[in-house]
Design a binder for this molecule. Structure first.
Ligand code: GCW
Length: 680
């Protein structure tokens, strides 16, 4: 039975005789150029892989020459057998880069996997194992790669009590109660999976933070995880509750300029590093959605962030401060708030501060235009925050592959700071040599046997890791790879699953929030439709976002409305302020238009909305049919799991379409177009 626990590291027996001989030959003579904890984990991985793929253990060679065939080590360790050119090429790959390929030494050819540091070597080994599984390994070609982003991080929204905010895959995998004494073997599999993607950082706790994590008892627990993850190249970060000096420090204030508060954080940080000498740093959500922050004391975000950054700096730690800030007191379009607060602070943050910005200005909607902060500040290092967990995208019930959405965001042109800038280039570029770059993803992992609840949630974790390593990758390549690793190498099966995956995001946008509609889901749980949601705080209602009335629909963010558009580069502001020029996928995000506004295809806006919802339902049904056609080609356990979930997805796509269209019709009283299936 296949329950999906092994993720993309399910080393299957090698069928192809030629490939098998090649791999066996190498694994019969493995030589390590040294000893360290990372090489220990490489050995474990090779053993696991070899036993599964070849039904035998690797044979370690004690001598560099003699019987060895596969060389593993760092550039330094191999310097005597590398030419100067080779050394130069590898050095250029930077800290975490790797090089693998044939090496000729004294007339004999070896296959070498080389990193600039041991972790780079581990990445090279994972990449090699990946190439075997996807049948792309060729022992005579050279493959080298290095990450384009320094910090590639998962954010867990763990609440210390095994619940996970917006977690849909069971309980939290962090079993705080039984730590530090009990080490769940799952922690190791977690580290392996992340390292295989190049993920090198994890923030263990919820950004809606509990100060308890900073107490000595919890530090001891965190230390166990940090020690386990270290050989895999993964650094641990924690969320810091801004009011911790009050909650656990016995102080009356958390004012970032108060000497006692400064002292509290300094000492806390010193204590943290006494347990974890390579502690990554803190991640902070402040003055957002009721979280404490510097504003309580009349201080700004920079004053808050810098105080913590100063505590971390002597230890080499990073302070990651979120730009997801909005408060109901600011009488402004929520879309504008981050720029309003952060643009005036440009250049005021310490070198070890990164501002972590969600991909869009509202909140992880099914589709958002890129966040206007990207490109708008030149002296502040911005990191990207994606949400892997599908809070607004059907949670762990629906198949929605997110790589195309992330790719769309990353490839968006910002036109700032330069004409050719994209979101990806902004995120990849350190503002100077002292700065680190960052891509973070809110994790979708839990205790479910398959980790992510929906089997295809694994693909989102996988794609996130790949894009954090290289934000320029295209989703199709990532998809192909994941499918092969997950379902094997049959090309017919692969092409069907690929189509499902690559079309799933657009399908969800169609049946949830087409044409730039947003935030019209059920209140607070964000599951299912809720365009009627009203009452309470304005920017938590659906009406605030869709603004439908008898005459029209959409949020006017042009100069006649909130003018959020002015926060983008003039090239974008100009094009998007014209409802006939803006890409239609963002139409109602920026424009309030009459129901009979003409779309590019000649339909009225109302007919267009109706057609998108209907198309979404059709696409969901198509996915279901495609999957049904794979019966017998996928093991029954995983087949049935996805089959059941797709049936729910189809019902829910219909629910979304019917609910939204009937609701909007109750406002505009227009008939449905003839060509769609009538909602009821
Ligand atoms: O998406 C919203 C979520 C909150 C979350 C918040 C944030 C952690 O609904 O659950 O809180 O964003 O990102 O801070």
């Amino acid at each position: 039975a296949n329950d999906g626990y092994k993720l993309w590291l399910d080393y299957q027996p090698i069928q192809d005789p030629e490939l098998k001989t090649q791999v066996k030959n190498l694994l019969d003579g493995v030589f390590f150029y040294g000893e360290n904890d990372t090489y220990q984990v490489i050995k474990k991985e090779l053993e696991l892989a070899s036993e599964n793929m070849l039904d035998q253990s690797p044979i370690y060679s004690q001598e560099r020459l003699g019987n060895s065939k596969l060389w593993i080590g760092t550039r330094d360790q191999l310097s005597q057998v590398l030419s100067l050119t080779q050394q130069g090429e590898i050095r250029e790959l930077g800290a975490d880069g790797y090089w693998r390929g044939p090496l000729v030494f004294e007339g004999k050819t070896y296959y070498a996997i080389i990193g600039n540091n041991p972790v780079g070597t581990l990445y090279g080994v994972f990449n090699w194992l990946n190439s075997i599984q996807t049948k792309t390994f060729n022992s005579s070609s050279i493959i080298s790669d290095s990450p384009k982003v320094k910090v590639r991080m998962l954010n867990h929204w763990d609440n210390l009590d095994r619940t996970v905010e917006r977690g849909y895959a069971g309980a939290s995998i962090w079993d705080w109660h039984r730590l530090p004494g009990y080490v769940d073997p799952r922690y190791i599999d977690y580290a392996r999976a992340n390292a295989s993607l190049g993920i090198n950082a994890v923030s263990l706790t919820n950004v809606n933070a509990n100060a308890l994590i900073l107490t000595t008892d919890f530090m001891k627990k965190v230390k166990v995880l940090a020690d386990l993850f270290r050989p895999y190249g993964i650094k641990v970060f924690l969320t810091a509750r801004f009011s911790a000096p009050i909650q656990i420090g016995g102080l009356k204030t958390a004012d970032p300029l108060d000497p006692e508060v400064i002292k509290f954080w300094k000492e806390k940080t010193v204590e943290m590093y006494s347990f974890i000498p390579d502690f990554g740093g803190f991640l902070v959500k402040a003055n957002s959605e009721g979280q404490p922050g510097p504003h309580e004391y009349g201080r700004n975000h920079a004053e808050g962030a810098n105080m913590l950054a100063d505590a971390l700096a002597p230890h080499g730690g990073l302070l990651i401060w979120r730009a997801f800030v909005y408060s109901h007191e600011v009488d402004e379009d929520r879309h504008k708030q981050a720029n309003l607060e952060f643009e005036p602070l440009d250049g005021k943050f310490r070198d070890n501060v990164i501002i972590q910005v969600k991909n869009g200005a509202i909140d992880f909607q099914p589709r958002e235009p890129f966040h206007p902060l990207f490109g708008a500040v030149n002296h502040t290092q911005l990191g990207m925050e994606f949400q892997i967990t599908q809070e607004y995208l059907g949670q762990a019930t629906q198949l929605v592959f997110l790589a195309p959405m992330w790719e769309e965001v990353l490839k968006s042109k910002t036109f700032q700071p330069s004409q050719s800038s994209t979101v990806a280039s902004v995120v990849e570029t350190p503002i100077n040599e002292n700065h680190k770059t960052l891509i973070a993803g809110v994790s979708n992992i839990g205790t479910d046997r398959n980790w992510t609840g929906h089997l295809f949630g694994q693909a989102n974790w996988y794609a996130f890791g790949k894009l954090a390593w290289d934000p320029e990758l295209d989703s199709k390549a990532i998809t192909d790879e994941w499918i092969k690793l997950t379902f094997g190498n049959s090309s017919e099966l692969a092409s069907k699953i690929e189509t499902m995956m690559l079309e799933s995001h657009e399908a969800a946008v169609d049946y949830m929030t087409p044409l730039g509609l947003h935030h019209i889901m059920g209140r607070s749980h964000h599951y299912g439709p809720g365009p009627w949601v009203t009452g309470g705080r304005a920017d938590w209602t659906s009406l605030y976002y869709h603004r439908a009335d008898s005459l029209g629909i959409g949020f006017d963010r042009t100069s006649s409305g909130s003018d959020a558009l002015a926060q983008y580069a003039p090239e974008i502001a100009q094009e998007w302020s014209d409802p006939n020029q803006i890409p239609e996928k963002f139409l109602l995000w920026f424009h309030h238009l009459p129901w009979d506004f003409k779309l590019k295809n000649g339909m009225t806006l109302w007919d267009g909305i109706a057609n998108h919802y209907d198309l979404g339902v059709k696409k969901a049904r198509e996915m279901q049919q495609t999957w049904a056609s794979l019966k017998g080609e996928i093991d029954p356990e995983r087949f049935h799991h996805v089959e059941q979930l797709l049936a729910i997805q189809v019902e829910e796509a219909e629910w979304w379409r019917n609910a939204c269209l009937l609701y909007f019709q109750s406002i505009n009283h227009l008939p449905f177009p003839d060509n769609i299936e009538k909602p009821e």
